[in-house]
Write a protein that binds this ligand. Sequence first.
Ligand code: SIN
Length: 482
Amino acid sequence: MIALEYPDLLEALLPAESAGNTFAVADPATGEILGRVTNNDVAAARAAIQSASAAQPAWAAHPALARGRILRRLAELLLQHQNDLALILTREQGKPLSEARGEIAFAASFFEWFAEEGRRAYGEVIPAPQGDKRLLTIRQAAGVAAAITPWNFPVSMLARKAAAALAAGCAMVIKPAEQTPLSALALARLARNAGLPDGLLPVITADRDNTPAIGEEFCRNPAVRVLSFTGSTRVGRQLIAQSADSVKRLALELGGNAPFIVFGDADLDAAVAGALVSKFRNAGQTCVCANRILVHESIFDTFAEKFVAAAARLKVGNGLDAGVEQGPLIDARALEKVQALVDDAIDKGARLLLGGKPHALGRTFYEPTVLTDVTPAMRVFQEEIFGPVAPLIRFSSETEAAELANATEAGLAAYFYSRDAQRIFRFAEVLQYGMVGINSAMISLPEAPFGGIRQSGLGREGARLGLEEYLDVKYLCIGQDQ
Ligand code: SIN
């Protein structure tokens, strides 16, 4: 069990020896079973959707100001319980405690942002072409939303979705990743403490076997009007197909393959520091992680030397231990995939500059790894790595950098470092990505629209646009027809 200052946060966590319809939650750093949670099935998901449908109209009828007060209170509670929530997050997910604390603050920032943004769900008055008509639009809550949230950011991704949905006047049924249900349950508990009425934010925990059927229910159930998902492009495609019959709105944040481009005129030390944080934060298990590091030939060797030296200094260990900068991967399958990608690259001619194998700590710890001589033929170039592996690629011109950067079906985030003002605009426009960090490796903010183009998804989260995903536009035509 996890020792908390406020144990009610984990009231839904059952002892490890509990029998019945439950599944185990494990600490990826130690393998310890932290406890068990309810293994819900489709019937439970359907019941939650029904309760959400019953509760949602009254919530939508609440003035946006009143909804916002509850969301702001939830933000305050998240910050008040930051230590407990970070501890839960590190225990079930593995990220270092300092990153976990950052994630809780990031999650709170979405409730703060949308508490205000919900008050700005403006309609429009449209100049009419005839004098006997008045045309206007209003924006109304879409109804019940459902969310399938990921294990890599189990608090902040839930917050980014739920804050927008609740601010818009929707209810949201949550299916958290099976590896990290505790963070979702704790957040839902605080939502109740903040005064959120029952039925508006149910959390449907389920194991790996029950998850696909619950996802399908979210897609096919006509009462679910918006489905929000963060995860792989492969699963995103399945959800699109399964949602066809119920024609619902889809907000999909799918896989990335971010290029991180360093031009010859870049501030080299800033680029090294940016690449390091972008690549190794959360042990590389981030959709917007630098997946391919492209460096101009004029500075390649110096960049590689500095980057390898900095990566070699990263402290790997249990996220609870002081000073740890890289925790374990989420599970054994993740480790196997990362090793397979590294092996494939080496087989095809890449060279290891650092790491390349499981860490001496064992379990799912992996060494910070740097590969050079990487080519587009390698899986590390084509696929989302989701691990602490940095492929370095040399380029000789801006045109070649653009071609390499765009040579993927993904279009989530890209980064580049340059001090040439002309290049900054020119190159940002050429990149086929939904988000571009320029001389900045940390781009996620509640004020900014997060999302991808091409095979990386549909819609935006956060920002003004994030609210739109949960609002329907209704056009009113007022006439004096005879
Ligand atoms: C993600 O990896 O899905 C999101 C990470 C972020 O917002 O920075």
